[in-house]
Design a protein around this ligand. Structure first.
Ligand SMILES: [Zn+2]
Ligand SMILES: [Zn+2]
Length: 162
């Protein structure tokens, strides 16, 4: 890792952000609040100090999952992006929303009391690639009408004429 600036954003591209320092405390959180907020089995999170987090496009929408906890997301597409506890100087960012999530491996599990009983089995499930089960016409249609923002910053989004 030489580049310190990591970028990321929501699925639709309305919200983009940058981390101006290497993130720390990468982990997954199994707590029920994170399961609901992410619609998933766990939330993958890493953190930077507030002054090293910059929204570079759009603005976070905030849901208060409890009075002190702000959960930032994209109002247009719903992607969960941040978690910040009021008064703390760190903000957590969802690893999956980073442009290069493979660069931030979780080092710990948090909220293990909420871990789903079959969680340890999922990496052993049979697997297939995205397109193997789909018909080629549908695959082509999805590729030709992809509305997901690419995994890098863009000067203009959505592209003109789209
Ligand atoms: Zn969005
Ligand atoms: Zn949590």
């Amino acid at each position: 890792m030489t580049e310190l600036r990591l970028s990321g954003g929501c699925q639709c591209g309305a919200v983009r952000y940058a981390l101006l320092a290497p993130p720390t405390n990468p982990h997954i959180c199994h707590c029920r609040m994170c399961q609901k907020a992410f619609g998933s089995f766990f939330a993958p999170l890493t953190s930077v100090t507030l002054d090293k987090f910059e929204v570079t496009r759009g603005a976070l929408a905030i849901f208060y999952s409890s009075d002190p906890v702000e959960r930032g997301f994209c109002r247009d597409c719903g992607t969960p992006l941040t978690i910040h506890t009021i008064g703390e100087d760190r903000i957590f960012v969802s690893i999956g929303s980073l442009d290069e999530p493979a660069r931030v491996a979780p080092k710990k599990q948090h909220g293990v009391e909420g871990r789903l009983p079959w969680f340890d089995t999922i990496t052993h499930l049979p697997g297939d690639a995205t397109t193997e089960q789909e018909d080629p016409a549908l695959t082509a249609k999805i590729a030709a009408s992809n509305h997901q923002h690419p995994d890098h910053d863009t000067a203009v989004w959505p592209p003109k004429g789209a």
